[in-house]
Design a protein around this ligand. Structure first.
Ligand code: NAG
Ligand code: NAG
Length: 463
């Protein structure tokens, strides 16, 4: 299949239209049922989901709750939108993609023009250092490495607008005279995450007033703030990388493919592999730009399929071997701990930080998903969103509940801390206590050691 045919297929992906409750179709798309459905392994279909090409507005399950529930706070984790590759395929021309924003070029968004004009007027003092030095929107006629594209901006304008319709218009999360301290905004120091966060907020907020925006800088992709030192986490990661390496060696078709591609671009196989060609190939694929050619031939769709299929197999083995799970429990603890802290303050009636946005990376979302036990969840696509909603039962005001949504799908009862609850209770959400108990204690029990807190679990001897 060529890139064009593959791209046309994107329009055939079903968009579900659930009215009440989740349709089984939408669940299948994101969370294939491992019992009744064979795992989806079509590499081209998976790649298209990963691209997340903006098309018709999608339906989502955010904000669905019975009438007697009141929305208290919302915590949003996003991956940045579509970006230019981080690596080049050696000795080939890099894909010609224009990262300037042009309101009448596809993909469109009704707010794109206003976004450009607002951002180009500059920001004042809305960012913690060193974020001040980053451009507010992508602006290079030939994208720089890792730069957010127009597609990436549109993806997050769309996310923002969707969340605005649900959380602001429907559930009145923020009062009309909302102020800066009702938002909590944090981003890593890359232009693509800052710009993704700005695009989402521009779509979300009724009035984007720079005086009410303050982005904090997060130096770690794990968002672990002051708790990043964790030797056992690093040991899990080393073992996980070893597993990955051994799986690759076993795949002779993959080795053959790398060999062929290395011949085409005329570099040693090792050098080609180190250049992580799938990252660049995905950019060609998502942007309908043909794969690179040299006088020795062309990189083609068959190469792409082999590497992408291997990625899918790697993710499957990663789930089985559980090393990544250990890494994830420790890696995600600090940010989950911060999130429950924020939720608990909100249950005490504090009106600050009602909407928290963490603008992050695949390596941020992936450990959080794994730690929560959402092992069937797909790898975070461009502009993926993971949302924690906190609700209060008006009929029993002391009771608070959470819902967890991944790309618009309600995955609350797929999490390890709420699977059993689902079977016992007719309530459509999970008691906040379950999440709190999980973060404070059960995460460490799941690690299997004797540690009962983060510090002990991170410093376990003889692991
Ligand atoms: C992909 O690119 C080709 C030209 O290379 C163009 O004819 C086609 O319309 C494009 N397809 C999509 C879906 O944009
Ligand atoms: C967890 O959060 C509490 C405050 O809510 C804080 O005192 C504690 O240090 C945090 N622990 C870790 C490991 O981040």
């Amino acid at each position: 299949m060529d890139v064009l045919t593959a791209l046309l297929l994107v329009h055939l992906i079903p968009v579900s239209t659930p009215k009440n409750g989740m349709s089984s179709k939408s669940r299948k798309r994101i969370m294939p049922d491992p019992v009744t459905e064979p795992p989806v392994t079509d590499p081209v279909y998976e790649a298209l989901l990963y691209c997340n090409i903006p098309s018709v507005a999608e339906r989502s399950m955010e904000g669905h709750a019975p009438h007697h529930f009141k929305l208290v706070s919302v915590h949003v984790f996003i991956r940045h939108g579509d970006r230019y590759p981080l690596y080049v395929i050696p000795k080939t021309k890099r894909p010609e993609i224009d990262c300037t924003l042009v309101a009448n070029r596809k993909p469109y968004h009704p707010k794109l023009e206003a976004f450009i004009s607002h951002m180009s007027k500059g920001s004042g003092a809305s960012f913690e250092s060193p974020l001040n030095s980053l451009p507010l929107y992508p602006n290079h006629p030939l994208c720089e490495m890792g730069e957010l594209t127009q597609t990436g901006v549109v993806q997050h304008l769309q996310n923002g607008q969707l969340l605005r319709d649900i959380y602001l218009k429907k559930h009145k999360l923020l009062p009309n005279d909302w102020s800066a301290d009702q938002l909590y905004l944090e981003t890593t120091g890359k232009s693509r995450t800052l710009q993704s966060g700005l695009a989402l907020l521009y779509g979300f907020l009724p009035d984007f007033d720079w005086k009410k925006i303050y982005f904090r800088h997060q130096p770690s992709a794990l968002f672990c703030s002051g708790s990043c030192y964790c030797p056992v986490r690093n040991q899990y990661l080393e073992k996980e990388q070893r597993r990955q390496y051994l799986l690759r060696l076993k795949n002779s078709q993959l080795e053959k493919t790398y060999g062929e591609m290395a011949k085409i671009v005329d570099v040693p196989t090792k050098q080609l592999r180190a250049a992580n060609p799938i990252d660049s190939m995905l950019c060609h694929f998502c942007h309908n730009v043909s794969f690179p050619c040299t006088r020795n031939g062309c990189v083609d769709m068959e190469h792409f399929k082999v590497i992408k299929t291997h990625q899918i197999e790697d993710e499957r083995e990663r789930r089985e071997k559980k090393l990544y799970f250990g890494y994830s429990l420790l890696g995600a603890h600090p940010i989950l701990n911060q999130t429950i802290g924020r939720m608990q303050r909100a249950t005490e009636g504090r009106k600050e930080e009602l909407f928290a946005l963490y603008s992050a990376h695949d390596v941020t979302l992936s450990p959080v998903l794994s730690a929560l036990g959402l092992s069937e969840a797909r790898f975070p696509r461009f502009a993926a969103r993971l949302i924690f909603e906190l609700w209060q039962d008006r009929e029993k005001p002391s009771e608070h509940s959470v819902r967890i949504l991944y790309n618009g799908v309600d995955v609350t009862f797929h999490t390890s801390f709420c699977q059993d609850h689902h079977k016992r209770s007719p309530k459509p959400m999970c008691p906040l206590e379950n999440l709190v108990r999980f973060v404070k204690r059960d995460m460490f029990v799941a690690l299997g050691g004797s540690g009962t807190n983060y510090y002990d679990a991170c410093h376990r001897e003889g692991f």
